[in-house]
Ligand binder design. Structure first.
Ligand SMILES: *[C@@H]1O[C@H](CO)[C@@H](O)[C@H](O)[C@H]1NC(C)=O
Ligand SMILES: *[C@@H]1O[C@H](CO)[C@@H](O)[C@H](O)[C@H]1NC(C)=O
Ligand SMILES: *[C@@H]1O[C@H](CO)[C@@H](O)[C@H](O)[C@H]1NC(C)=O
Ligand SMILES: *[C@@H]1O[C@H](CO)[C@@H](O)[C@H](O)[C@H]1NC(C)=O
Ligand SMILES: *[C@@H]1O[C@H](CO)[C@@H](O)[C@H](O)[C@H]1NC(C)=O
Ligand SMILES: *[C@@H]1O[C@H](CO)[C@@H](O)[C@H](O)[C@H]1NC(C)=O
Ligand SMILES: *[C@@H]1O[C@H](CO)[C@@H](O)[C@H](O)[C@H]1NC(C)=O
Ligand SMILES: *[C@@H]1O[C@H](CO)[C@@H](O)[C@H](O)[C@H]1NC(C)=O
Ligand SMILES: *[C@@H]1O[C@H](CO)[C@@H](O)[C@H](O)[C@H]1NC(C)=O
Length: 664
């Protein structure tokens, strides 16, 4: 969890990637990717709060030619277009807000009386003791199908209308269910002792016919397509994910998930950050395009429509439906938007059996956590669809929407959920994206600089150390619709085209390299949400910059100290200096005043070495440290012939040369 290691360790690790002239040996990095893609032929994204992990089984012909992450410590993103500092999840300034919450208990001592598997309902004999019965004959259970209403009138909020069948069909022990959603009621002596809601994933003939037809039109080369499963977890920053969900992180690592470090939200709350993922548009563009005031969302080109047309089964699902993505102070959809749409199921359950509302969301439904109900459906869906192409987008908000420390309460649940999915093989041909939309938007932590950055930095993969956004996710998902776009030739061609473009597109598929020069403006991130630092050039005689340079030289000397053959270096000249600091709206009114980074190029004697490094000033406690590796940016030739340690060759000026010189 340390943000940076002592500099010596870092330099040992990373100097191997630096040539003396400062150019990065990117080939080395490339090798790092090849085994990942060929052996596993898997790649995952995990995104939280904009953080995404995914896993893609990629045929190795599709290996994109990716420039690899720079490995400078102290920064998540360090490109000419953007620098985002890497902050410590357990920094003292935020530690006071991190605490352990009491385990949530939805039991109320009510055991489950009826359970379900993928196809059937069955009565649990284990509940008989509790019910004071000895025989299932005494128990009278029936199931009542229900569905999203189709009767439309008066601009109704159709997403809230549910129709229940008049029929409640009795069953004993177990019964196979053909319906999608059912309510179960059990009585003893005509008194209701149990009720609950269940969802199934029946095959839908119309959908299968559409998918079959669409498949006829696909070229044979891409018949072997990937499913997509997006599992969203509301309001968890990348850092908070690492802080709170270490077990889930571990299982994702096991899945070779790749994390996007510079995923920056583009707007305030959930809706404007997910609209870009699902439509490629900003909220404003959506309004202009297909969603005039007060309208339904049906006319917009949601990406699931493209998947649907390409022969995918589609599903959208969320919990805490009263504050749903499309329905919270919005009209929702007139017609069911996706082939499978679990809103009626979740709504019926939450309205009837929801409780434990600590702030906005009912944490429990009956004897289960609301989030567990959703995850269980996702598992069933993935399992049912494992041999077919499907596009699934799920959003879990109940657990994490309101409290910074509640993700921890979901760590075991998500760990189990992901490991089960992985071991069942349900994800064999699925691109899994685990993501969030933003970090926590309220509470004490928001009053720190770190809290403000976290709010803006959710997570995703590939060009892991580039500035990325929800728009890029949309472009990435779009690539999956037509896998030909991901073949090697195609990637090369697209790469070249992208390279040539003067104005780069706002959204860039993460299968392509995101350019180094990308700024928040290029990426469609409002200034207010931009976490890149601001940069200003300093003059060469700036006294603070010179002081920082002296600290840098002192630091290099401390690295050289164990090597008696190397002479001590002295500061000769500041060649250039710039300062990087937080944007005002991120740093004013915070308890700490954030950090200032001095990027310095310094000449030292003897030997006229030129070094480039970043010296960080923590304004809170007024301490200063050199970040990561010090780069040598001119050649050292034979100056360091007296040391064999490759890393030290960058810094050492051999004393023997000095003697040679004085002897001459
Ligand atoms: C579901 O339960 C029913 C009844 O107990 C059983 O017959 C069926 O095989 C089960 N199906 C699966 C997929 O486990
Ligand atoms: C079962 O019987 C016990 C003791 O008679 C009683 O306290 C309890 O309420 C009964 N439970 C139910 C579910 O009726
Ligand atoms: C009610 O259920 C019975 C038995 O499952 C079925 O035969 C009948 O068609 C149903 N009636 C309606 C109106 O759904
Ligand atoms: C298949 O392609 C033909 C010709 O492009 C088109 O007319 C037809 O609608 C497509 N069918 C499906 C199911 O997409
Ligand atoms: C998933 O892949 C594994 C390993 O290749 C294989 O053993 C398993 O049968 C697959 N499962 C499914 C459901 O496709
Ligand atoms: C999705 O379909 C719409 C409407 O046909 C089209 O305008 C859009 O370009 C498609 N998007 C992708 C990513 O294919
Ligand atoms: C700083 O100086 C460099 C080169 O000296 C120049 O390219 C860059 O635009 C300057 N940046 C600012 C913010 O003035
Ligand atoms: C630079 O360092 C010297 C000595 O440590 C100190 O006296 C001086 O105030 C510093 N200058 C600035 C601008 O911080
Ligand atoms: C100063 O504060 C930073 C961040 O809060 C911390 O990482 C660092 O260790 C502190 N330095 C000292 C000398 O206390």
């Amino acid at each position: 969890m340390e943000t940076w290691k002592p500099l010596i360790d870092q330099s040992k690790k990373t100097n191997a990637f630096n040539e003396p002239n400062g150019k990065k040996l990117t080939h080395f990095h490339r090798w790092f990717w090849v085994p990942l893609l060929i052996c596993g032929s898997l790649l995952y994204i995990l995104s939280i709060h904009g953080e995404v992990y995914y896993r893609i089984p990629v045929p190795h012909t599709m290996i994109p030619d990716i420039p690899l992450p720079e490995r400078k410590s102290g920064f998540l993103v360090d490109t000419p277009g953007c620098r985002i500092p890497d902050l410590d999840p357990f920094d003292p300034i935020v530690r006071e807000f991190i605490k352990k919450e009491k385990q949530l208990n939805c039991n109320k001592n009510l055991p489950l009386v009826v359970n379900a598997n993928l196809t059937s309902l069955f009565i649990l004999k284990s509940s008989f003791d509790y019910l004071n019965i000895t025989d299932e004959e005494e128990l009278d259970c029936c199931y009542q199908p229900f569905w999203r209403s189709t009767e439309y009138k008066n601009n109704d909020m159709m997403d809230n209308k549910i129709t229940f069948s008049k029929n409640c069909s009795s069953f004993k022990s177990d019964v196979r269910i053909e319906d999608e959603f059912v309510k179960v009621i059990c009585k003893i002596n005509n008194e209701v002792v149990y009720k609950n809601y269940y969802a199934f994933i029946p095959t839908k003939q119309k959908v299968e016919i559409r998918c079959e037809e669409a498949k006829q039109n696909i070229s044979s080369r891409t018949k072997d397509r990937l499913s997509i499963l997006v599992v969203g977890l509301d309001a968890v920053s990348r850092i908070n994910f690492h802080r709170q969900m270490p077990k889930t992180e571990k299982i994702l690592q096991k899945m070779d998930a790749i994390e996007l470090l510079g995923y920056n939200k583009v707007a305030d709350n959930t809706f404007p950050n997910l609209v870009p993922v699902l439509s490629g548009m900003s909220e404003k563009e959506l309004q202009e395009n297909c969603w005039p005031n007060g309208a339904y969302f049906d006319d917009c080109n949601w990406i699931w429509k493209n998947f649907s047309a390409a022969g995918y089964r589609t599903v959208f699902g969320e919990d805490a439906v009263w504050m749903g993505l499309f329905t919270y102070v919005k009209r929702g959809f007139k017609y069911q938007p996706t082939d499978y749409y679990i809103r009626p199921y979740i709504k019926a359950g939450e309205d009837d059996l929801g409780y434990k509302k600590d702030l906005n969301a009912n944490l429990c439904v009956g004897s289960q956590l609301s989030i567990t109900v959703l995850l269980r459906y996702i598992s069933n869906f993935a399992q049912t669809m494992s041999g077919k192409e499907s596009f699934g987008f799920f959003w879990g908000a109940s657990l994490t929407h309101d409290f910074l420390n509640y993700p921890k309460l979901g760590d075991d649940i998500y760990e189990k959920f992901f490991s089960q999915l992985m071991f069942s093989g349900s994800l064999n041909r699925t691109l899994l994206i685990f993501m969030s939309d933003h970090g926590i938007r309220w509470g004490g932590i928001r009053e720190t600089y770190q809290g403000r950055l976290e709010e803006r930095l959710p997570f995703v993969f590939f060009n892991t150390r580039r500035l990325t956004t929800p728009y890029d996710l949309y472009s990435t998902l779009s690539d999956i619709i037509d896998l030909e776009l991901l073949e090697q030739d195609s990637i090369r061609r697209r790469n070249k085209n992208l390279d040539k473009m003067k104005t780069k597109p706002r959204g860039i598929s993460l299968f392509l390299p995101v350019h180094m020069s990308r700024t928040c403006e290029d990426a469609g991130i409002d200034k207010h949400w931009c976490t890149c630092q601001r940069s200003e050039n300093l003059s060469k005689d700036d006294s603070i910059a010179i002081n920082m340079s002296l600290i840098l030289v002192e630091h290099i000397n401390s690295l050289l100290e164990p090597y008696g053959v190397c002479s001590k270096l002295e500061f000769a000249e500041l060649k250039s200096a710039s300062i990087e600091f937080p944007l005002e709206h991120l740093s004013t009114k915070t308890k700490d005043r954030g950090i200032k980074d001095y990027v310095l190029i310094v000449r030292t004697t003897p030997g006229d070495a030129m070094f480039e490094a970043t010296v960080r000033h923590y304004q809170g406690n007024n301490s200063v440290g050199v970040m990561g590796v010090v780069s040598r940016i001119n050649t050292y030739g034979s100056q360091s012939a007296c040391v064999s340690d490759y890393h030290m060759k960058l810094y050492c000026y051999c004393k023997s040369l000095l003697q040679l010189r004085t002897n001459l």
